[in-house]
Design a protein around this ligand. Structure first.
Ligand SMILES: [Zn+2]
Length: 624
């Protein structure tokens, strides 16, 4: 029914976009002033063609996402016209491709595009998605505009009809702007796809860091996210990046598009996607106290970590990359086996640059490393990282997120190994700088050669290191590497501790309290205390578990009390338990803390008494 209605209605809204066709560029138009059934109209006047048939592609995948998204699924009511307005015949080949016949007559392609944010199930990562709302548009251009096969390298002009109340923030080169119409240009499809635009009520802020203009544009329905506040929080991050990168920043300009999500959308969408001169950031549209739920003491640190990561993607892979990325195929993507290099090294760079400049303390940096260690334990250790990367679009998809965990640890290990071999003077960033001199945005290396290239540019011993720990499955030698900078690291040890029956707690919204989500019922602790799964924990040893402030602080307080209990001490816990008839009953549970052997992973201690060598290496490494 909906579709029938569309066919009847749409011609009424046909905008008059009929520019003169030429043989030099595509001329695209997106009309944001007529939303019909949550869709906007796209018109594309193509370059003059001299072929019988041509295929129009919408991307199946875009760089940085590592997932098939099929942007063709958002195209509705596809039509192709000659210059007199007659419809040309076409056939739809698959979700993302249309074959148009009598292509030498082709003047214009028109269709209506729906957005990914309204897609049920939130299948597309929000920063790679598209949004069409009355008060905002997130134009990831690849979700609206495609290209003719073999003609990806032809320039585009992009005209946007827009509500006068909205401003479009983008890194795209602008030709002109007015109340009703903006005109942009891109040198080819790659650049068009690489420069998203955010249209919303104007809230922008700018700053110049190390000669690079940075612009922040925000969409916040609730008004909780402010461009100026984000700018102020990010200045130290960009200054730290400039210092780490030898004094300059590697882009002519940088635009940060922040799109606030509802809490419900945030559950599957928070994050960011990198581009050469911009990034799209999706954050919950809530105030700082809510952000603390994600474990950040300073909510702005969340923005810092996310933006630093995306920015360092300019180094890898945007400027140092293999052929799969250099000649990106939007329809038949090939994945590189070096995701450790693209995602892991990027994550590590964002962490170490902040630590070296003191934006993040040495202790907090090591805490973050520790959480990467814990995170990486959730993944299969017996798959070589290169193999996992290569098949991350298919059967190793569930291992992909390890690129941010173990991938970052690989970055750390490579950095420490290089520091060790060079007596401190040559680290990962120096190696990347040297690689950049040779490769850069327009050249590439062959995947199989990366290890030998990196070894040739640093130390021959590195090749074996890469083969063992990245192409092979030998654990990273972090104990030895950390020892060289005066850090005692023990991956796994047994200690005597009190038994807590491996209990886990979660926040229960229904009861506004901490709920026991799991406990080993056979453990001495569970038997002694008579705790049951589902119990709501209200008080432990006289300390109230208080949710006045937020759930994060309540959980922290709970673990603090638990952590201080000694063997033999009495534990008292006040709980509420739901009876069979649904009534909540208050109970006071009492018992004694029992000893047991416990396994502790990843203990990291900073030594203060350093040898001269350790002091030198630590200084070069972390600037401390
Ligand atoms: Zn990334």
């Amino acid at each position: 029914m909906k579709h029938l209605l569309l066919v009847l209605l749409l011609p009424l809204f046909t905008a008059a976009f009929n520019p003169v066709q030429n043989d030099r560029n595509y001329q695209a138009n997106i009309d944001l002033t007529n939303i019909v059934d949550d869709m906007v109209k796209v018109a594309l006047v193509v370059p003059v063609l001299e072929v019988d048939e041509v295929i129009y592609d919408m991307p199946k995948i875009v760089p940085g996402t590592y997932k098939i998204y099929d942007y063709g699924q958002f195209v509705n009511d596809f039509k192709a016209f000659d210059s007199k307005g007659n419809e040309l015949k076409f056939e739809k080949l698959n979700e993302n491709q249309w074959r148009i016949f009598n292509a030498y007559e082709l003047y214009k392609i028109e269709y209506w595009v729906s957005d990914s944010y309204d897609l049920s199930g939130n299948k597309i990562f929000a920063p790679a998605g598209t949004s069409i709302e009355e008060d905002a548009f997130l134009l990831n251009n690849f979700g609206f505009i495609g290209y003719l096969q073999e003609l990806e390298d032809v320039p585009f002009t992009l005209e946007i009809d827009k509500p006068s109340s909205m401003y479009g923030t983008t890194s795209l080169q602008e030709i002109s702007r007015s109340d009703a119409k903006d005109l942009f240009e891109a040198k080819d499809y790659f650049e068009l796809h690489d420069c998203p635009i955010l249209y919303a009520a104007p809230d922008t802020a700018s700053i110049l860091v190390a000669g690079m203009p940075i612009t922040i544009g925000v969409y916040s329905k609730e008004g909780k996210i402010k461009a100026a506040e984000i700018r102020d929080a990010l200045i130290p991050v960009f200054e730290a990046a400039a210092t780490y990168l030898g004094g300059t920043l590697p882009a002519p300009r940088y635009t940060i598009l922040v799109y606030g999500l509802t809490l419900r959308q945030s559950m599957s969408g928070t994050g960011a996607l990198e581009h050469h001169t911009s990034t799209v950031v999706n954050m919950p549209d809530v105030n700082g106290n809510y952000l603390k739920m994600f474990g950040y003491e300073n909510p702005m640190q969340m923005y810092r970590d996310i933006v630093a990561h995306e920015f360092f993607h300019i180094v890898t892979p945007l400027n140092i990359h293999s052929e799969q990325i250099a000649d990106y195929d939007f329809i038949n993507p090939q994945t590189s086996e070096h995701l450790w290099f693209y995602e892991g090294v990027t994550e590590y760079n964002s962490m170490i640059s902040q630590a070296r400049s003191g934006v993040v303390s040495f202790e907090d940096f090591l805490d973050e490393i520790k959480s990467k260690m814990e995170g990486s334990r959730r993944y299969n250790q017996n798959i070589p990282f290169t193999e996992m990367s290569k098949y991350s679009l298919s059967f190793f998809g569930n291992q992909f997120n390890n690129v941010y965990e173990k991938g970052a640890l690989i970055g750390l290990a490579v950095d420490l190994k290089l520091r060790s071999l060079s007596e401190g003077e040559f680290g990962l960033i120096n190696l990347l700088e040297d690689m950049w001199q040779v490769y850069g945005a327009d050249t590439f290396f062959v995947d199989e050669d990366l290890f030998s290239i990196l070894a040739a540019k640093s130390f021959p011993q590195m090749e074996e290191f890469f083969v063992r720990h990245i192409a092979g499955t030998q654990p990273l030698p972090l104990e030895d590497l950390f020892a060289e900078v005066g850090i005692a690291y023990v991956a796994k040890k047994e200690i005597d501790g009190i038994s807590l029956g491996s209990m886990n707690v979660v926040f229960s919204k229904k009861n506004n309290g901490l709920m026991l989500s799991s406990i080993d019922a056979e453990s001495a602790f569970a038997k002694e205390m008579k705790l049951e799964k589902g119990d709501i924990l209200r008080e432990i040893n006289g300390v109230k578990i208080d949710f006045e402030e937020n759930s994060h602080s309540a959980i922290t307080a709970f673990y603090e009390v638990l952590g201080n209990i000694k063997v033999g001490e009495t534990i008292s816990i006040n709980i509420e338990r739901e009876e069979k008839d649904g009534v909540m009953k208050n109970l006071k549970l009492k018992g004694k803390a029992k000893a047991e052997k416990k396994t502790v992973f990843d203990s990291i201690t900073i030594n203060e008494n350093l040898t001269e060598k350790q002091r030198t290496l630590r200084h070069f490494w972390i600037n401390n």
